[in-house]
Ligand binder design. Structure first.
Ligand code: UDX
Length: 452
């Protein structure tokens, strides 16, 4: 099957590479000539584990190609995916749909046969209707359907998420769209991925509801972590204790410095705007957004407090800057708010990240960037673990301590136990963890039949 993907950002590129790996014939289109040039040379515009090999293999085998010419890419395509950006509109938080509608218009002008136009970009409810209206206005005679097919890819695990999804949601309004989408995802159906066909508006809302729910889960456990600190309980044990309840589930219950990234902050805001437009408030999500924003700043204050009476002139090393591991993405990363709070308090900030330094540099102009965690810790009064990269999970804590001027370690991801950290000579602070006390353990009763 021939597929065109408009937009070679995160979603478009991963989807295009994976579809071609399933055997489809895929053309990825992007207006940005420098991006396409780089891709043609095998240089990826984003850091995503495994993506470069996947692209290289499929290009070599002739199933994946790149072009700046939309009309050329769309020629003969049965499914045309719109995967362009939907940034938050400046000022009001609404998703900016100008790229989506622009792509729809250009597709309509280029259509040369029956096709299904699929919105993969995260778009507010009703966007599919507008895309359909544009297509019919520009190409009244075209045989075209519109489908909403939201993505649920996590950065850093996007290929795995694409190939082994929990579900595939497809919002369709006619039988032909359903038939084409079944063909698109047939390889995954053989992998037993559940295919969920809904109305188009429902599919659009599922994406926002899923992200808002996950953001709520994280924010819930973050507030419980604060409460744990006050009452002397351990949030990791609370997470386990509630997560073992199948109705709750163990995932997205890791307390930390607040969620960031390209999706949760933007999608929760866009959901609030939709709710406002329809005068149907989602008050829980309103609270989640407020609490998460405040949390990032509060983490900065937590670090400043650890520096003692006079933080001005002291030095802090931030280890891990990206909003999460295995990505170079700095969008809404908690490290930014922490850096700003520290700078405002007159603290010198050094930083280390294995991948995101180039992205971080313009966002944190006053920071001294270092090549290793140990170099960042040199002369520091405190080190702060901000992102749980693998390379930060097995630090030589004694070596780290030895190069520092002070002895504070603030572990915002609860990577280390207080015993390990204090054993290496540090003063320790985690998130929602008591200094002392029993750590939980799980025992499973032997269920073998009791012999008589
Ligand atoms: C998310 C969704 O998971 C994905 O389905 C969607 O389509 C895009 O948005 P992503 O933003 O890549 O993916 O990252 P994710 O792994 O979901 O983490 C988001 C943020 O939540 C990160 O800042 C992470 O550190 C934080 N988080 C996540 C926690 O603080 N605690 C958790 O338990 C889980």
């Amino acid at each position: 099957m021939r597929i065109a993907i408009i937009g070679t950002g995160y979603v478009g590129l991963v989807s295009g590479a994976c579809f071609s790996d399933f055997g489809h014939d895929v053309v990825c289109v992007d207006k940005d000539a420098s991006k396409i040039d780089a891709l043609l040379k095998g240089v990826m515009p984003i850091f995503e584990p495994g993506l470069d090999q996947l692209v290289e293999r499929n290009v070599r085998q002739g199933r994946l190609s790149f072009t700046t010419e939309l009309a050329e890419g769309v020629k003969g395509a049965e499914a045309i995916f719109i995967a362009v950006g939907t940034p938050s509109r400046r000022g009001d938080g609404h998703a900016d749909l100008s790229y989506v509608y622009g792509a729809a218009r250009e597709i309509a002008e280029a259509l040369d046969g029956p096709a299904v136009v699929v919105t993969k970009s995260t778009v507010p409810v009703g966007t599919g209707d507008e895309v359909e209206r544009i297509l019919r206005e520009v190409a009244p005679d075209a045989e075209v359907s519109v489908c909403s097919n939201p993505e649920f890819l996590r950065e850093g695990a996007a290929i795995e998420d694409f190939k082994r999804p929990d579900r595939i949601v497809m919002g369709v309004e006619d039988g032909r769209a359903e038939e084409v989408m079944r063909d698109v995802y047939r390889p995954l159906y053989l992998n037993r991925a559940p295919l969920l066909f809904t109305s188009r508006r429902t599919a659009e809302l599922i994406k926002y509801a899923a992200n808002a729910f996950l953001a709520t889960k994280i924010t819930f456990i973050n507030e419980i972590a604060d409460l744990c600190e006050e009452v002397g309980a351990d949030v990791q044990d609370v997470s386990r204790g509630i997560g073992l309840d199948n109705r709750i589930g163990p995932k997205f219950l890791h307390a930390g410095p607040g969620y960031g990234g390209s999706c949760f902050p933007k999608d929760t805001l866009a959901l609030l705007k939709t709710a406002e437009d329809y005068q149907s408030p989602v008050r829980i999500v309103e609270a989640v957004v407020k609490v998460n924003d405040a949390r990032k700043r509060a983490m900065g204050r937590k670090v400043i407090k650890a520096l003692g009476e006079e933080p001005r002139g002291k030095t802090v090393a931030l280890l891990g800057l990206a909003f999460k591991p295995n990505t170079d993405d700095m969008r809404d990363a908690p490290s930014i708010a922490i850096f700003q709070a520290l700078e405002d308090a007159g603290v010198n900030v050094r930083g280390y990240d294995p991948e995101s330094v180039e992205q971080a540099r313009p966002l944190m102009p006053g920071m001294t960037f270092c090549d290793t965690p140990y170099a960042a810790a040199e002369g520091a009064d405190a080190v702060v673990l901000v992102t749980e990269w693998d390379v930060l999970r097995a630090l030589d804590l004694k070596r780290l301590k030895a190069v520092m001027a002070g002895d504070e370690l603030v572990d915002l991801r609860n990577i280390y136990t207080p015993q390990e950290v204090t054993g290496a000579g540090f003063q320790w602070q985690g998130v929602g963890k008591p200094m002392r006390g029993r750590t939980g353990s799980i025992e499973v009763a032997d269920r073998s039949p009791v012999s008589a």
